[in-house]
Design a protein around this ligand. Structure first.
Ligand code: FMN
Length: 184
């Protein structure tokens, strides 16, 4: 099986998750890790499964990812899953279901099977701390709490979760006899 893990990332959080997903996919098939800017919509024709990853920017997928999804053209029979990084809890009104909507829409339009979306806590770039604290009108105390929540993410646990997500997405594609036992 040919798998593509493609992502947009400015400060490395989404890239970290992409790498973890790609590592896991490599245990199942041939997995390519590519920045979004390095692929064209046509490139995807040779992949059976595509993972697309993006940070949240102003409550939406990053603009380059939205553009990619708008331009997506696919042959039938492919599968797709998403992954999103964010510093989320700072924006309580965020709905992860909603953020995956552009991915679902692109899948629907192109006859691609949408398999799911993984979301992951990321840390906010330090240069934005002041701006965002101000935007959120957060007290120093509230901001310190947000910082402690986001600092260090994505961490080892997040990467494990990303790998587990990839495994779950891939399991349906594995020959039954190769699947790990699920008996508890
Ligand atoms: C311009 C900009 C807007 C952002 N808007 C949001 C947002 O609306 N919600 C959120 O949770 N995080 C937001 N973030 C934080 C990023 O989504 C988060 O830091 C992400 O993990 C960055 O991924 P990257 O390192 O792959 O670029 C924003 C970051 C930037 C630079």
């Amino acid at each position: 099986m040919n798998i593509l893990v493609t992502y947009f990332s400015q400060t490395g959080n989404t890239e970290t998750v992409a790498k973890a997903i790609c590592d896991e996919c490599a245990t199942v098939g041939t997995a390519d890790l590519k920045r979004l800017k390095d692929i064209t919509p046509n490139d995807m024709a040779r992949y059976d499964f595509i993972f697309v990853g993006s940070p949240l920017h102003a409550g939406r997928l990053a603009a380059p990812m939205q553009e990619y999804l708008r331009q997506l053209r696919s042959t039938s029979g492919q599968k797709m899953a998403g992954f999103i990084t964010h510093f989320a809890a700072a924006y309580p009104e965020q709905s992860m279901e909603g953020f995956a909507e552009p991915i679902k829409t692109a899948c629907k339009k192109n006859g691609i099977e949408f398999r799911g979306c993984f979301d992951c806590q990321g840390a906010l770039s330090e240069r934005l701390h002041g701006v965002v604290q101000k935007k959120l009108n957060a007290t120093d105390e509230a901001w310190a709490e947000m910082l402690s929540q986001m600092t260090g993410h994505p961490n080892a646990e997040d990467k494990d979760r990303a790998r587990a997500f990839a495994r779950k997405m891939m399991d349906a594609n594995r020959p039954r006899e190769d699947r790990p036992s699920t008996t508890t």
